[in-house]
Design a protein around this ligand. Structure first.
Ligand code: ADP
Ligand code: MG
Ligand code: ZN
Length: 717
C-alpha cells in the first residue's frame, strides 16, 4: 500500500499535513532524517507509516513510559501491531511482548534508551531485521535542550549494531545548537533535514495586564464551560492557592506540581487525560508526556521565564488542530520575582537568562501581531500583515492618536527625576501624587509635577509601555528604571511625532469556537458520552477512541451508513469495524427522534455544496462582482465596512480582478490626487497603510486609503 492509502485506510485521514509525505519518503529511501516540527504537527505518523511499509521492525526510542503507552494504545485502536518494553510491564507481559517481537508479529517496538542498551534486549533484537530506528523527542540528547537525558547519548553506538536500519530523529525544539547536537550525537549520515513552520495557526494568542488575576481567570473560564485547559503558575504555593479558590467555586480542577507525591500527580494527570477533570492548575512540572489533543485553553497566570518555555506550554493547546485560546497575564510584579531567581545564577548564565526574559517581555508588550516576535525568536520570518488570530491583530489602526505631547511630558519627567526611577514613580509625579516617596525625594517641587493629571494612572502606564515599544525610552530590566534614548530626544525637541493608543480598553475575551463547522451540540454531547463510556470500559483516554474532530464531523454531517461514516475524519478501517455500529445506531436514532431528514449524502459532496465552506473573502469577492452597491453588500453580510474592505483586499491580492466603480463611489477623491496617492503606493508598497497615511500628511483618511489600496492592487493585475 502507498503512504497515502495507509493514511486513509488505517488512520482515516484525508490529507497529509505539510512535510509529512516528504518525510515518509525520505525514511523509506533509508536516508537518515531529522525532523523539526512543532508539537501537534503530526510527527508520529511520519515514522508509523514507513514502519507499516518496511518489511522489518521499527524501533522507537522514547523518553517516557506515558508517551510509549499512549502511542501503543492509539496504534492498537487502529489495528497496528505495536508493543513496548519497559519496567512498567509485569514479568508475564514482558515475556509475551518479547515473544511477539521474536516471531515478527509486531511492526513497532517502543523502548527507552536504557532498555534498548540492555544485553537481553540486544540479544532478542539480533534475530530480527530492524529497518528503522526512530528517536522521538530527540532533543533529549542535547545538554542545551530542556530535558537532557544522558542515556540518549548511547543511541549512536547501539544503532551501529543494526546495519540495515535508517535513523530518523524527531523533535519540536528549534534552536540550532540542539539540532547540531542531535546530528552529531546520533552520528546521522548526510541527514535530510525537514523543518516545519512553527506557526501554530490554530492558537489564538492574547496578553492582558494582570490586575486581579483570580477574577480575570474566572471570567475567562466562564467562557469555556466543559472544556479542558491548563493554568500555569510560577510556584507550588501559587498552584495550591489558585486550586483551592477554583475548587471552592466548584470548578472541576486538580493541582499538579513537584511537591505532590508521585501517586497523586499520576492520578491527577490521568483524570485530566480521561476527561474526568477539566482544569489542571500546574507548575511547569506538568506537560512533558501529555498527549491530550483537546486542550482548548492555556492560561499563564504568572509570567513564564522565556519565550521558549512559553511556546512549549501554549503548544500543549490545540494539538488536534482545532482552535484553542492562549491567555497570558502580564504582571509587572512577576518580572522582579523571576529576576530574583535569575540573580542567583552564575555570570554567563545570568546574562542569557536576562536576555531571554527581555525577549519575552517585549513579546508581551508588543502592539504588533504577536506572531511576529514569537516566530522571529525561532528564526522564522512572519510576513503577513495580520494573522487574525491574536489580540493585536484585532485592534484597529484608527485608535491611534497623536500622543506627542504626552510623550514629551513623560520624557521630561524621566529626565528631571534623574533617569533612575521606574514607570510607577514617573506616573506618580506626573499625576501629582502626594505619596511619601514623591515628597521625600522633593519631586513635588519639579516643574513636571502634576502636569499629567488629565490622564488616569492606567492610561499613563499603558503609554509608558507603548513608549518602550517605540524605543523612545528604554528600561533597565534589572532595576526597572527608565531612561531616554536618542529617539526620545528627537521627540523632546519636537522633531518626531508619536502615535499611540490613549484609551485603556476593557479586556474582552474573544471566545474561540473550536471549529468553523456548525455542529449539532446535542448530538455532540451524546456522542461524547458514548465515547467516554467506551473509553472507561477499556481504560483508555477518550481521545484514543475518537478525537473531538471526529465527533464534531459526525454531528455536522450525520453519516447514516458505514460507507458514509468512513468519510469522517479519523474513521479508518479498524475503528469503523470496532465502533462504527455503535455510533451509527446513535446517530440514526437521534436523527429519527429529531426529524433530521435522511440527508443520505456524502460529506465531500455536502462540503462542496455548502457555500459556508468557501473562505469568507471569496464569498465577499464573488458577491461584490454581482452587486450594484456597497450598501447591498453590507446588508447581505452584516459586518462592518472595514471587514468587508479587508475581505475585498484579500480577494484582489490573490489575483482576482474586479470592477472598482462601486468602490470608487465610496470616496470623493479627484483623479489628480488619486494619481499622487498611487505613486506613494509605488514607493512604499501596500503592506501597510500607516506609512502612506503619514507620507500624505494625514490629508487622506484611512478609510479612503484602504479603498484606494484595493484599486491600486487591482490595477496591477
Ligand atoms: P507531534 O508528535 O508532532 O506533537 P502527533 O504526532 O502527536 O504530533 O500528532 C498530533 C495530532 O495530529 C494527532 O492527534 C494526530 O492523529 C493528528 N494528525 C497527524 N497527522 C494528521 C493528518 N495528516 N491529518 C489529520 N490529523 C493528523
Ligand atoms: Mg510526538
Ligand atoms: Zn496577529
Amino acid at each position: 500500500m502507498t503512504p497515502k492509502a495507509i493514511l486513509k485506510n488505517t488512520f482515516g485521514y484525508d490529507e497529509f499535513r505539510p512535510l509529512q509525505e516528504d518525510i515518509i519518503n525520505s525514511i523509506l529511501k533509508k536516508n537518515d532524517t531529522l525532523v523539526i516540527m512543532p508539537t501537534g504537527g503530526g510527527k508520529s505518523l511520519c515514522f508509523q507509516i514507513p514502519a507499516l511499509i518496511f518489511e522489518g521492525l521499527t524501533i522507537v526510542i522514547s523518553p517516557l513510559i506515558s508517551l510509549m503507552k499512549d502511542q501503543v494504545q492509539q496504534l492498537a485502536e487502529i489495528g497496528i501491531p505495536a508493543v513496548f518494553l519497559n519496567s512498567s510491564l509485569s514479568a508475564e507481559d514482558y515475556r509475551t511482548n518479547e515473544e511477539l517481537i521474536r516471531n515478527k508479529k509486531v511492526k513497532l517496538l517502543y523502548v527507552a534508551p536504557e532498555t534498548l542498551s540492555m544485553e537481553k534486549t540486544l540479544t532478542l533484537l539480533s534475530v530480527v531485521k530492524v529497518d528503522c530506528i526512530t528517536v522521538d523527542e530527540a532533543h533529549c540528547i542535547s545538554e542545551w535542550g530542556h530535558d537532557f537525558r544522558p542515556e540518549y547519548r548511547q543511541i549512536a553506538e547501539i544503532s551501529l549494531k543494526f546495519k540495515d536500519a535508517v535513523i530518523a530523529a524527531f523533535t519540536a525544539t528549534a534552536t540550532p545548537q540542539v539540532q547540531d547536537d542531535i546530528i552529531k550525537n546520533l552520528s546521522l549520515k548526510k541527514p535530510k533535514k525537514f523543518v516545519g513552520s512553527f506557526n501554530r495557526t490554530n492558537l489564538y494568542l492574547q496578553v492582558i495586564l494582570k490586575r486581579d488575576p483570580l477574577s480575570q481567570t474566572i471570567n475567562f473560564l466562564e467562557k469555556y464551560p466543559k472544556q479542558s485547559g491548563i493554568i500555569y503558575c510560577f510556584s507550588r504555593k501559587q498552584v495550591d492557592e489558585l486550586y483551592e479558590e477554583l475548587q471552592h467555586r466548584k470548578y472541576s480542577v486538580r493541582p499538579y506540581h513537584a511537591g505532590l507525591s508521585d501517586a497523586q500527580r499520576k492520578k491527577h494527570q490521568e483524570e485530566f487525560i480521561k476527561d474526568d477533570v477539566q482544569i489542571i492548575v500546574a507548575t511547569i512540572a506538568f506537560g512533558m508526556g501529555i498527549n491530550k489533543p483537546n486542550v482548548r485553553f492555556v492560561i499563564h497566570y504568572d509570567l513564564p521565564k522565556n519565550i521558549e518555555s512559553y511556546y512549549q506550554e501554549i503548544g500543549r493547546a490545540g494539538r488536534d488542530g482545532l482552535r484553542a485560546h492562549c491567555l497570558l497575564l502580564l504582571g509587572y510584579g512577576d518580572i522582579s520575582k523571576i529576576n530574583y531567581f535569575i540573580d542567583q545564577k552564575e555570570d554567563k548564565e545570568r546574562r542569557i537568562a536576562k536576555m531571554q526574559l527581555d525577549a519575552l517581555i517585549s513579546y508581551a508588550e508588543s502592539y504588533n501581531c504577536r506572531r511576529i516576535p514569537l516566530l522571529n525568536y525561532f528564526g522564522e520570518k512572519y510576513e503577513s500583515e495580520k494573522c487574525g488570530m491574536c489580540d493585536n491583530c484585532e485592534k484597529e489602526e484608527e485608535n491611534l492618536v497623536d500622543v506627542t505631547i504626552e510623550a514629551q511630558k513623560f520624557l521630561s519627567c524621566v529626565i528631571r527625576t534623574g533617569e533612575i526611577y521606574g514607570a510607577m514613580h514617573i506616573v506618580d509625579v506626573l499625576r501629582g501624587s502626594k505619596s511619601q516617596k514623591v515628597i521625600n525625594k522633593n519631586h513635588h517641587k519639579l516643574s513636571t509635577y502634576g502636569i499629567g493629571e488629565n490622564l488616569s494612572k492606567e492610561q499613563w502606564l499603558s503609554l509608558s509601555r507603548q513608549f518602550l515599544q517605540k524605543t523612545i525610552i528604554q528600561k533597565d530590566y534589572e532595576f526597572g528604571s527608565l531612561k531616554t534614548t536618542a529617539l526620545g530626544m528627537e521627540v523632546l525637541k519636537g522633531e518626531l511625532k508619536v502615535k499611540g493608543i490613549l484609551e485603556v480598553e476593557e479586556v474582552k475575551y474573544k471566545v474561540q469556537k473550536e471549529s468553523s463547522l456548525d455542529y449539532d451540540k446535542k448530538l455532540f454531547a451524546l456522542l461524547r458520552a458514548k465515547r467516554k463510556e467506551i473509553a472507561d470500559k477499556t481504560g483508555a483516554p477518550p481521545y484514543v477512541i475518537f478525537p473531538d474532530k471526529t465527533l464534531i464531523e459526525m454531528a455536522t454531517y450525520f453519516p447514516k451508513t458505514p460507507s458514509l461514516l468512513r468519510e469522517i475524519h479519523g474513521v479508518g478501517e479498524q475503528k469503523s469495524k470496532k465502533y462504527g455500529q455503535i455510533f451509527l445506531t446513535l446517530i440514526n436514532e437521534y436523527c429519527q427522534t429529531n426529524n433530521i431528514a435522511g440527508n443520505i449524502e456524502s460529506k465531500h459532496r455536502k462540503r462542496r455544496k455548502t457555500t459556508i465552506k468557501k473562505a469568507m473573502f471569496i464569498q465577499v469577492g464573488e458577491a461584490y462582482k454581482k452587486s450594484n452597491s456597497f450598501d447591498e453588500l453590507l446588508n447581505r453580510f452584516d459586518v462592518k465596512r472595514n471587514t468587508l474592505i479587508s475581505h475585498l483586499t484579500r480577494y484582489v491580492s490573490e489575483g482576482n480582478k474586479i470592477n472598482t466603480d462601486i468602490l470608487m463611489d465610496l470616496i470623493q477623491i479627484d483623479e489628480e490626487t488619486q494619481k499622487n496617492i498611487f505613486t506613494v503606493f509605488d514607493r512604499l508598497g501596500t503592506n501597510y497603510v500607516r506609512p502612506v497615511f503619514d507620507e500624505l500628511n494625514e490629508t487622506v483618511s484611512y478609510d479612503d486609503l484602504r479603498v484606494l489600496k484595493i484599486c491600486y492592487i487591482n490595477e496591477q493585475l
